[in-house]
Design a protein around this ligand. Sequence first.
Ligand SMILES: *Cc1c(COP(=O)(O)O)cnc(C)c1O
Length: 361
Amino acid sequence: MYNLRTPGPTPCPDEVLQAMARQMVNHLGPEFEQALHEVIGGLKKIFQTKNDILLFTCSGSGGLESAIVNMLSPGDKVLAVIIGFFGERFASFAQAHGVNVIPLSFSWGRAADIDEIRKALDNDPEIKAVFVTHNETSTGVTNDVKAISSLVKRYDKLLFVDAISSLGSIDLPVDYWHCDITITASQKGWMVPPGMAMISVSPEAWKAHAEARIPRAYFNFSYTKECMEKGHLPWTPAVPILFALSTSLKMMLKEGLKNIIARHVQVGQATRDGVKSLGLSLFADENYASNTVTVAKAPQNLDVKKLLKILREDFDIVLAGGYQKLAESIFRIGHLGWVTTDDIKEVISALRVVLPRATAP
Ligand SMILES: *Cc1c(COP(=O)(O)O)cnc(C)c1O
């Protein structure tokens, strides 16, 4: 069987794919309204929030951009906590919109250091908001958002969380941890194809929205909320993705959030143990290792491209390579959403055979 083990897109159960094969409905009509209502109710349970949740037809990056343009004004100071490629991307989007980004970067493979964030906040009282990546998909590290949020809230700043590859897989109680803006996307832990971003907006964030001056049109939060209160979305949404999400949320709620999180803990541990059993080391600081993506260091004589090719062609297993400077030196195993320890056992067994074939003598 085809074993897609990239950290997004992730495999979709048959029920979810079948939901997408439904005939189209009027996106301003009652069937859509019903599905939207169910989806938002389900999402609120998984986000563990009473906040508004908005949907946009776009990938996760569109969700990040929507947060920036709806919450900030040109020249606003933002502390961007960066632990990898996706943290850099979030910061670069803000810069593109004229936000005054103060980057706080940590070496790739490590989690953010709370004391350094505290120092940065002490140094600059004008900082309005803090960006953090909950789970850095490029390095396989999960930040301690609970600790970061309690610090950020002591300084009374807005907290933006890129939870694209964590929400629905790793515990992130949005209200309890006071996340003002939380962004995720359909093709990660949600067992749904790409096409939709889901974003929670706190009451404090709505206050910031009222004053924010970066231009926005398609991604207008208040207009979107207004439409959603009337039972539809602005613009024509990805209707099949909404149907898919409605089905996957039913499956997720049936399994139960606690059980989903526990399954990811178990699968994450099995993946790390498996990688180590092959004699490879982990790229991430193990105290902060992600339960949705595991990053293995490639030994110097291992040809990563060849490894991925053989796995794909001979074993129907698709793993991910590294981004940018990590392209030749790591490979990544995605284990979020529809995944069990058996899927991972298959990957580890295949790696045991293929690693020698892709390694120069
Ligand atoms: C996948 C991912 C993104 C980008 O999402 P797209 O859907 O590819 O735009 C951003 N941040 C994190 C942490 C991700 O895992």
